[in-house]
Design a protein around this ligand. Structure first.
Ligand code: FES
Ligand SMILES: [Fe+2]
Length: 380
């Protein structure tokens, strides 16, 4: 009889053609198998949700590499994040409620503060003292409209930089556009996608980049820099909004700045992609685009700043979401293909992709070598 597969292991079932599932990081035999099983180092700040979606008195579950966290905002407006597990009988605290600035389990009402400390048991204690229990808690910040959590060692949080985006700070911030997706694909497939312009074919309708030639590939520490000669924003809609007299749209710089990714067109059009790895086949990707300015279509005039946000709202629905959904469809299909054919020969032409993957593997190996026992591991 076949051994039943425990759902808690989340092990993918045998593939449709009866092959075993892809190997774990430890079992992996080559670079592609390794990168598709690698996690992301939790000792960075990861975005988990839009700030405005977590209102005072609300609690929600967020997941990083299968680690479940209860994120809640107290009535004082401050966000807190604790291990999503009541110490009593292991219910998820995210199905509980927020009272003032504490989180209450829905079953027997055990109550935890933002530091994860059990501070109240509202029923008989049978002559015993209040149990001395502290759940793990996580540093939380809010920036650029997003909630960020540091899932690694809390003591390191203050010394690890968040992405710095000076263009969105100060009295005259650039106009920005945020969009996110949850794709059934490993995070490394998304990183491979966003900085590898060989997939222009996928976007032949929107043409965000065309006729690309790789002109630079440099690995500097935990950054992989790439540059392309390309035609940026040549699509039917966006080309009318980009001021080609002020912006060099013939080249783009990109970087896999572990664990984030960014691009820059002539210092005028920029974006970041932040991946939240949920498990080895699920990733939530937040894309943050920001623009120095637009021109008014068909006129040589700069668009007034106050008009840019509503225009970006329309562009988000008309261009950015459908364009990125093309990437999502491709990445999810790649995951399906990988699950079936993880042992197929590697046929990758772009040297940049090799470097992205090597960096992800190297960082995960060094995390595993230093991680406390029982901390995040790869699955398998
Ligand atoms: S299970 Fe949470 S209070 Fe009992
Ligand atoms: Fe793409």
């Amino acid at each position: 009889m076949n051994k039943p597969i425990s759902p808690s292991q989340h092990t993918p079932p045998l593939t449709q053609i009866g092959r075993p599932p892809p190997p774990s990081f430890e079992q992996a035999k080559n670079r592609r198998q390794k990168v598709r099983a690698a996690g992301l180092d939790p000792n960075y700040w990861y975005p988990v949700e839009y700030s405005k979606r977590v209102k005072p008195g609300q609690v929600m579950e967020v997941v990083f590499w299968r680690r479940s966290v209860a994120l809640f905002r107290g009535q004082d407006g401050v966000l807190r994040a604790v291990e999503n597990r009541c110490a009593h009988r292991q219910l998820k605290l995210s199905i509980g409620r927020v009272e003032d600035c504490q989180l209450v389990c829905p079953y027997h009402g055990w109550t935890y503060d933002g530091g994860g400390k059990l501070c109240k048991v509202p029923h008989e204690l049978f002559g015993k003292p209040l149990p001395n229990i502290t759940l793990r808690h996580y540093p939380v910040r809010e920036r650029y409209g997003l909630v960020w959590i540091f899932f690694g060692e809390a003591a390191r949080a203050d010394s690890v930089a968040m992405p710095e985006i000076p263009e969105l700070e100060g009295p005259k911030p650039w106009a920005k556009l945020l969009v996110d997706f949850t794709w059934k694909a490993h995070h490394s497939m998304i990183i491979d996608n966003v900085s590898d312009f060989t997939h222009a074919y996928l976007h032949r309708k929107f043409k965000p980049f065309t006729d690309s030639t790789l002109t630079d590939l440099r690995v500097e520490g935990d950054n992989v820099h790439v540059a392309y000669d390309t035609q940026v924003a040549a699509g039917p809609l966006m080309r009318h909004f980009v001021d080609r007299s002020r912006t060099n749209v013939n080249a783009m710089k990109l970087c896999y700045q572990y664990p984030y990714q960014w691009s820059d067109t002539d210092g005028k059009i920029k974006d970041w992609c932040f991946c939240l790895p949920i498990d080895e086949q699920t990733t939530r990707a937040f894309f943050l685009f920001y623009f120095d300015g637009f021109k008014i279509p068909f006129l040589p005039l700069k668009m007034p700043r106050q008009v840019m946000e509503p225009v970006l709202g329309i562009a988000k629905e008309a261009v950015f979401k459908p364009l990125l959904e093309e990437d999502g469809v491709a990445c999810e299909a790649e995951q399906v293909g990988y699950n079936e054919h993880w042992n197929a020969p590697i046929a990758e032409l772009n040297p940049a992709v090799h470097e992205f993957q090597a960096l992800t593997i190297r960082k995960w190996e060094s995390y595993l070598a230093s991680a406390p026992a029982g901390d995040l591991r790869s699955f398998g």
